[in-house]
Design a protein around this ligand. Structure first.
Ligand code: ACO
Length: 325
């Protein structure tokens, strides 16, 4: 059968925890402002590990939780908007480090929606592939993309990596329905890493730009689009909203998640959050949350739960998956 399921999850968080209080020694902000507007209390920042280092450690953790050897993996996708560089890709570095000698490997950038985009893509490639397993990671060192003098963005983001191993199965399919979108008209609401053309024909400033964000624009777009996207996958998945066990939303802002819960008329307990600990880790946020919930047996515990994964971010992009895991 052409069915696909999640075999294991894993994560790696750099060890350096930075509290809101710690930030106040570098910038004019307060624990109160950050908690009230975002729900964030701390984040973890890399002390030098780049995105591939975090992803390699997360990949080892994913594989430890499975009975699969790295050379059985045919595909590695890393969702990231903060790769080590343009080439080699983070995915290629992971492929080498874990010795996945049979795997094709590439990075995918859909900003904070990256993990949902990558998981959806990997699942489709896998269905038609001659191999049995794919590794999908989300990893970011957002702290290197940030202008640390801009308190409007610097307080929001954190570093980390996590992912899942998916594979073919004779059991029932776990991927039920999906809804993925982009609206490039609003692309300027979140920009990062721009480089100007610079060559013998035209000389420009060689610097790479830091992350900029129109927080209000994104806030409004998310609270309008995400409830509709979730409703759509539920309808297409021929299920009812009451039957969804957990709604895992990209951890960008606790207020956004509360508004989405209210709009969907579902209890906030069905929307697990860890933003208080990690801040916004962009493409890593959903797999970190999924791994935490899997490790404490809240999900992926053999109970066949209906789970929503929904993410949104730069592009603008957004996407929702309905899984039965
Ligand atoms: N500490 C203290 N004060 C601050 C800080 C700070 N860190 N940052 C801003 N302020 C001040 C501002 O200067 C402003 O003061 P003023 O009124 O005197 O000018 C005031 O607080 C309000 O600032 P706003 O930017 O208007 O604050 P807002 O209520 O919009 O909240 C926030 C900002 C938290 C960023 C919110 O807009 C938000 O969460 N948006 C969503 C962002 C998001 O979800 N991004 C996800 C996508 S990210 C991705 O794809 C990588």
């Amino acid at each position: 059968k052409n069915h696909v399921k999640i075999y294991s999850t894993g994560r790696y968080i750099p060890p350096n925890r930075v509290s809101n209080h710690d930030l106040t020694s570098w910038m004019d902000t307060s624990d109160e402002w950050i908690v009230k507007r975002t729900g964030i209390r701390s984040r973890y920042l890399s002390r030098g590990d780049n995105t591939s280092d975090l992803c390699i450690k997360a990949a080892h953790n994913v594989l430890e939780g499975s009975h699969v050897n790295a050379d059985e993996i045919g595909l590695i996708i890393v969702a990231t908007m903060s790769p080590d560089g343009q080439s080699p890709s983070v995915a290629s570095k992971v492929q080498s480090a874990i010795q996945a000698g049979q795997a094709m490997a590439f990075d995918m950038n859909a900003a904070c929606s990256g993990f949902v985009y990558a998981l959806s893509t990997a699942e489709k490639i896998l269905r038609h592939a001659p191999y049995s397993y794919a590794l999908v990671l989300g990893g970011e060192v957002m702290s290197k993309e940030i202008d640390w003098t801009d308190r409007k963005t610097a307080v929001l983001f954190g570093d980390g990596a996590a992912g899942v191993l998916i594979g073919k199965t004779d059991e029932s399919d776990q991927f039920i329905s999906e809804d993925l979108h982009a609206n490039g008209d609003k692309g300027e609401a979140l920009t990062s890493g721009n480089r100007k053309v610079d060559n013998p024909l035209i000389q420009s400033d060689k610097s790479v730009s830091y992350l900029t964000m129109d927080g209000r624009e994104i806030f409004n777009f998310v609270t309008r689009s995400i409830p509709d996207s979730i409703q759509k996958v539920i309808e297409d998945g021929e299920t009812e909203i009451e039957d969804i066990d957990y709604f895992l939303l990209h951890q960008a802002n606790a207020r956004i998640i509360e508004i989405v819960a209210k709009k969907l008329k579902r209890p906030i307990e069905a929307f697990p959050m860890n933003i208080q600990n990690y801040g916004n880790t962009s493409a890593a946020s959903l797999p970190i949350l999924l791994d935490e919930l899997a490790k404490d047996r809240t999900v992926l515990n053999g109970k066949k739960q209906k789970i929503i994964l929904s993410a949104f971010g730069g592009g603008l992009t957004w996407g929702t998956l309905l899984l039965e895991i």
